[in-house]
Design a protein around this ligand. Structure first.
Ligand code: ADP
Length: 272
């Protein structure tokens, strides 16, 4: 009597877990697919936000955000946690569509371009790096499928991945980010979205990575989500977000002089 009951209870657990999976699959299936044209006639690679409003649920997270991230410049998004920095940078690559307002890439509304086509222009280095159960080499090759072994190795070397390239990817946060930087180097796209790529690194590899990044960022449209003020001191433009709105904008020097939120954040981090 005991045995069949045990199997029954085990199966019950599986049925429930399957039901959750089915529910999730239905949700995914019901999500409308983003559509658009297969050509992107952008003129240059400036990214412009015009009065962008966006909400995940009811409450708007971005409440009329406008700014331009120019080609050849580093634009840093700064602001308190939850102010909408990562949301803004994800919208720039059309992870979602804005509720109102427009986001343009070289004059083309990103809403009108099919995501796959649009994505060719972007290299994205975020914190939540997706690694596949493959070798480090193959994980880096995702940046550009047709890259040769030599090219992959070169990107790995530049992003300081060489020391762990023979291992399987279960690495630390810092290693994972280095893999994602290597991917981005390999892809060599005109726009780079960066989420403080060096956040989980020790001082030594950080210096090495900064060198790799300066190669990656050369002449690109760069949007960096900055958590530490030291990183943004060299940015061309700083956009300070506060509660979903742009509260200040300008060069680091201008904003320091102004003595607003940016200057306050800098002071906080310097421990003054
Ligand atoms: P930041 O990068 O400045 O810390 P985020 O853009 O991550 O800010 O988040 C802005 C707001 O949006 C926060 O209140 C956060 O809780 C919310 N948020 C972020 N991502 C999601 C999501 N996927 N679903 C629902 N709410 C989200």
């Amino acid at each position: 009597i005991y045995d069949p009951f045990t199997s029954c209870f085990m199966l019950m657990a599986e049925v429930f877990s399957a039901l959750v999976s089915v529910k999730r699959m239905k949700q995914i299936d019901a999500t409308p697919e983003q559509t658009g044209t297969n050509v992107c006639n952008n003129k240059g690679y400036d990214i412009e936000f015009k009065n962008v409003v966006f909400s995940y649920n009811e409450e708007p997270v971005l409440k009329g955000v406008s700014f331009v991230a120019k080609q050849g410049e580093v634009t840093a998004l700064v602001g308190p946690s939850g102010s909408g920095k990562s949301t803004a940078s994800k919208l720039a690559a059309r992870f979602w569509d804005a509720d109102s307002g427009t986001i343009t890439l070289g004059g083309v509304d990103v809403k009108t371009v099919e995501p796959e086509t649009l994505f060719k222009n972007y290299a994205i280095v975020f914190q939540d790096v997706m690694l596949f159960d493959e070798t480090v080499m193959e994980n880096i090759r995702l940046g550009r499928g047709d890259a040769t072994d030599e090219e992959v190795m070169a990107a790995a070397r530049a992003a300081q991945c060489e020391e762990f390239i023979q291992r399987l990817p279960q690495g630390s946060g810092g290693e994972r980010q280095r893999i994602s930087i290597a991917r981005a180097l390999l892809k060599n796209a005109p726009i780079v979205l960066l989420d403080e790529a060096t956040a989980s690194m020790d001082a030594e590899s950080e210096t090495l990575i900064q060198d790799a990044l300066s190669v990656l960022l050369k002449n690109k449209t760069v949007m960096v989500i900055a958590h530490r003020m030291r990183t943004v001191a060299n940015a061309d433009k700083i956009v300070v977000l506060d509660d979903g709105k742009v509260s200040e904008m300008g060069t680091p020097a201008e904003l320091m002089k102004k003595g607003g939120l940016y200057a306050h954040l800098v002071e906080l981090q310097q421990g003054k």
